[in-house]
Design a protein around this ligand. Sequence first.
Ligand SMILES: Cc1cc2nc3c(=O)[nH]c(=O)nc-3n(C[C@H](O)[C@H](O)[C@H](O)COP(=O)(O)O)c2cc1C
Length: 235
Amino acid sequence: MSEILRIIQDRHSSRAPFDREHQPSKQDLMQILEAARWAPTAHNMQNFEIIVVDDKKRLEELGEIKSRISEDFLRENYQQLSHSEEELLQKKVGILGAMFPPSWRTPGDWRRVARESEPSVLDQTIKGSPVLLIVTYDTRKRAPASVGDTLGFISLGCVMENMWLMAEELGIGFQIMSVFGGDEVESEVKKILGIPEYLKIAYAIRLGYPISKSSQSPRVRRDIAGFAHHNRFES
Ligand SMILES: Cc1cc2nc3c(=O)[nH]c(=O)nc-3n(C[C@H](O)[C@H](O)[C@H](O)COP(=O)(O)O)c2cc1C
């Protein structure tokens, strides 16, 4: 197997708590940012700005932000869940329900579950990470004629993947946290970090070293024949 394919296959989401006291080195962080630097972006517009947060006090402030789960998230999340490893292995798409609280993986009145869920603090999501990368995009840098800035969003995905592969190669745990881009959380984060209005948060990344080996759910993917079509779309 080629080296690049090995890194692509080994890259994974690291959801276990990280060691608060074990910082990735400055050189490693620079390599991750170097990987972001060389990401392809639509029209080479480099529509991203990344805020590296490693100051303990700032991390604490971010950790105090509260977020609420939405009814829409609960409903649509449920549709992607498998309820056992066997089901996941068979479906080959989606994620294992066991990573969510029981009320999120039991079908029911999502509106009520959302209403009754206690807001959680971001600290529970950050889980001890000594460094966060807040990836923002510049709304003034929309790629030419890109309706809804679709090309800009694809570019942010390229930035994500470049950094993720670099982190994998360096042995640094990496988890995407979409919650940072949610409206309420985003405005609080922007206040704390002094992020200007024209920048929107796309996602945040936890970096660090897991304090324990988390029990990994099986990593599944469709077979190539499940998504690649030859000359003509065949379902
Ligand atoms: C755009 C995007 C958003 C994601 N958001 C989250 C997130 O909020 N929390 C999380 O734990 N993983 C998040 N992930 C990671 C995916 O759940 C993960 O990549 C997928 O389940 C495959 O698992 P793997 O990364 O271990 O291969 C996100 C991934 C992408 C590309």
